[in-house]
Design a protein. Structure first.
Length: 443
């Protein structure tokens, strides 16, 4: 065996030590111990197979590709969220959490051995094309996704901005597969948007959890709270596929003054962590309603569970996705990476949401608007539409632009309330919250 092959075999032995070792715990110290004899016995079989392939397989094979394939198979046998990443794939993942990337904008998982959409990211090509949470992707272009790994699926779906990718979807309630031709674009990093639904009730939408989400949330709340009149908040986590665990903790901490936010428990004692809330300089005493649905997953479920169990918010919508596991990204020596499930997380009450998800306090399904009944506002011609219209003076023009920006916000809020029965219901609850809180009950 060449020196290069020996180095590769040594690397797989070291990786196997790590994976096999993570299965065993020392009861006293909590440190990981490897069953050395069993590891060596199985590594011997591995090297024997590698030698046979090199010697007898009909076509020559790159040893690195053989070993990478073996690692992928080993990690794939663990769970749907663990995966091995090449150097390029590892770099892309890091870029996704800290920078931008080009794709269609969906979070995917493997559910019941089928590539499944957790949620489309709001405002992305997939969202605009009509991809929905729960859609099963059976083909990417004309390639079947059966036995396709998560990383391979991501690699096939992503691509340069402006190029197209065809996804074939099976959707519940549809008799035949649906085909979507989606033009890839740069996926925006902005994860927080905010509006005033009415003068005293705010709306904040968090579409995913990235490295800047908490900062963006605090800026949005500062804007909504600046006149001191905010009396209620709708926090929209629907179709939020999750993201960074530390951001979920920090977002929860923005609203909580004390108590447990989330706890994690793993095979290794270092994974047993309890995150606590801290007293805020600016207490947020107004009532909060959190919107969730089956596309709310992972970090979104942590926030919903923390606010629900600490009696800080009412949860409205439908049961969430149910992803209650924590993945750790472990960089490897050659630049590749291992995304490994290392713990389960639990809500403050000690409940694991794995598979069961978060059950809303108020169950209310989303009812789409019947397009045939939508009212289309009649558009009359204005002075500004004339080809040779006279411009306003500079100051007046600036004021006009500011007014137009406000009008655009007002239109978005109006459209949101017209088309979204869950937001409307949340708004009505918050409007009456103050009234009911003043009612005295007899003893």
């Amino acid at each position: 065996m060449s020196v290069y092959r020996k180095k590769l075999v040594l690397n797989i032995i070291l990786i196997s030590f790590f994976v096999a070792g993570s299965m065993f715990l020392n009861g006293n110290s909590g440190e990981v111990k490897a069953d050395t004899d069993e590891v060596y016995e199985n590594i011997e079989i591995f090297t024997e197979v590698l030698r046979q392939i090199e010697k007898h397989y009909v076509e020559p094979q790159e040893p690195k590709e053989l070993i990478y394939g073996a690692i992928r198979g080993m990690v794939r046998s663990l769970d749907a969220h663990s995966s091995f990443m090449t150097k390029e794939e590892h770099r892309e993942l890091m870029m996704e959490t800290r920078g931008s990337f080009s794709g269609v904008g969906i979070e995917i998982t493997i559910k019941d051995n089928i590539l499944t959409v957790v949620s489309p990211i709001e405002g992305t090509p997939a969202y605009e094309a009509g991809i929905k949470a729960g859609d099963k992707i059976i083909k990417i272009e004309d390639k079947s996704t059966q036995d396709m790994t998560m990383m391979d699926a991501v690699k096939n779906i992503r691509g340069p901005k402006g190029t197209k990718v065809k996804l074939t979807i099976m959707r519940e309630g549809e008799e035949k597969p649906l085909e979507f031709s989606i033009t890839r674009d740069v996926i925006p990093l902005r994860s927080v948007r905010h509006y005033l639904l009415v003068p005293e009730i705010g709306y904040v939408r968090i579409s995913n959890f990235r490295s800047n989400t908490t900062d963006d949330l605090e800026s949005s709340l500062d804007e909504l709270e600046k006149d001191g009149k905010l009396k209620g908040l709708v926090l929209d986590l629907r179709n939020n596929p999750g993201g960074l665990l530390n951001q979920a903790v920090d977002v929860s901490d923005v609203f909580l003054e004390s108590g447990v936010i989330v706890s994690t428990k793993g095979r290794n004692s270092s994974q047993n962590v309890e995150a606590m809330a801290h007293k805020n300089e600016k207490p947020r005493d107004y009532p909060i309603i959190v919107l969730v649905n089956s596309g709310s997953a992972s970090a979104a479920e942590i926030v919903a569970g923390a606010l629900q169990d600490n009696k800080k918010a009412l949860i409205l919508g439908t049961r969430t996705f149910g992803k209650g596991s924590v993945q750790t990204i472990l960089p490897l020596s050659d630049g590749s990476g291992l995304r490994l499930t290392t713990a389960r997380y639990y809500t403050p009450s000690g409940k694991s949401i794995q598979l069961s998800g978060i059950t809303p306090d108020i169950e209310l399904a989303f009812v789409p608007v019947n397009k045939d009944k939508e009212k289309v506002a009649r558009r009359f011609m204005r002075e500004e539409d004339l080809k040779r219209h006279m411009d306003k003076e500079e100051d007046e023009g600036k004021e006009q632009k500011e007014n137009e920006a406000e009008n655009q916000k007002d239109k978005k809020v109006k459209m949101l309330l017209e088309k979204d029965n869950q937001v409307r219901h949340a708004l009505q609850l918050l409007k009456t919250w103050g009234i009911f809180s003043q009612i005295k009950t007899g003893s």
